[in-house]
Design a protein around this ligand. Sequence first.
Ligand code: UD1
Length: 417
Amino acid sequence: MDKLVIEGGVSLNGPIRVSGSKNAALPILLACILPEGPVCLHNVPRLRDIHTTLKLLDILGCETSFEGNTVCSEVKDLKIEAPYDLVKTMRASVLCLGPLLALKGEAKVALPGGCAIGARPVDLHLTAFEQMGATFDLDSGYIHGKCDKLKGAHIHFDFPTVGGTENVLMAASFAEGETIIENAAREPEVVDLANFLIACGAKISGHGTSIITVQGVPSLKGSNYKVMPDRIEAGTYMVAAAMTDGELLIQDCPFQELESVVYKLRKMGVSLEEEEGGVRVRRANGLLSGVDITTQPYPGFPTDMQAQLMTLMCLANGAGTIEEKIFENRFMHVQELVRMGANIKLKGRTAMIRGVERMTGAPVMASDLRASASLVVAGLAAEGRTDVQRIYHLDRGYEKLEDKLSAVGAKVWREKE
Ligand code: UD1
C-alpha cells in the first residue's frame, strides 16, 4: 500500500491545471451503454474509479479503449449483471441500473454496502424505477430489477439525490413517453450528463433546475463529448493556496460552479480573481477568519468540500462551525486533524473549529476521498513531516496529485507503507 509523504510549511505558487470531473465522468461512462455506435469522451481523468467503471463496461459487454484522457466505447453484446466485486469498490456502479432496465428490461446489480461516510441507501432510485414500471427482488445480495418496457412517469424525489436523478435521467431518455423529475438534483455533474445525453439525441429540458422533463426516444446515437472540469479538485487547490499562504493560478477552473465555495472563501479572507488563463487565488491580506458553513445540495455548499474548508479554518483567526447535512459520519478527518494540532470539537453533525497558530506534521490515516484531500492540504501547511496513509482513497479522485502539487513547489512524494 502506498502513502504520501509531505514536508510541510512550503508556499504553493504557480499555475495548476484541473482535470476532468470524476463525478461527471462516472455517470457519463455508464450512459455509454445507451447509444448505438461508438462514443468518444474527452477530458476523462485517469483515476481508479474510472478504471473500475471501464472494467464494469467490459463485463457488461462494451468494447472500450482509454488513451491519454480519451475513452472510446461501443456496445457489442449487452449483459445485465454488475458483480459484487466491482460494486463493492465503487458505489456509483449502481448507475448502470437505469440504462440496463431501459435497454434490456432486466438488470442485476449487487447492492452497494455501507461505506465509510454512512449507509448511503439507493431506495430513492428503486422507488423511481418502480413508478416507471419496474419490479425489484433482493436476490443473494443483488438487486434484481425487471420490467416490460420502462414507461415515463411523474417522479418526485423526497431528497434531491444526485445519483438517483442521474439514474432516472438515463433510463427516462430511452423510456416510453414523458418523464418529469421533481425535486431533481441541480448539481453541475447532472447537467453535464444531461448535455451528453442530448448530444446523443436525447430530449431533455430543465436540467440545472429542480424540474427536469425528459421525452423518451426510440434510439440514441454515439457522439463525441468533453467532460467538464472537476469543481472539487479546483476547490481543493483554492484551499491549498490559502492554507500555505501561496498564490496559485487555477487553470480550467469551473468558477461559476463553485459559487458557494468562493463566497465562503472570500468571507474567510481569500482573494479569488478570474483572469485570462484561470482563477488567481491567494490570501487577501495575510489573515484568515472563521466562518459558519452548512452543507447542502447544489447550489448550496458541497459536502465534498467540507473537509477541506474545515482544514483551512484550523488556521483561521477565531472560531467557525461546519454542519454536515448530507451524510452522517462524514467527520472522520477530525480526529486526524486534531493529531496535527487542530482544535475541533464535535457535537452531533456540527463541528466547532477554533483556529490555532500552527499545525504540526504527523502520521495520519485517510478514511475517504475528501478526508484524504483535507489531510494532504493540512500536511502542506503543517510544520515538519506528514505521512498520509491509505492513499488509495486519493487515487480514486485526484489525477496525478503529487505531480501537480510538486510542480507548484510542494515537497511531496509517494512511498510504500
Ligand atoms: C454524489 C457524489 C458524491 C457527493 C454526493 C452529494 C458521485 C459519484 N458521488 O453521491 O461525491 O458527495 O453526490 O453531493 O457523483 N440517499 C438516500 N437514498 C437514496 C439516495 C441517496 O437516502 O436512494 C441519501 C444518501 O444516503 C445521502 C444523501 O441522500 O445521505 C445524498 O446522496 P446522493 O445525492 O444520492 O449522493 P450520491 O449520488 O451517492
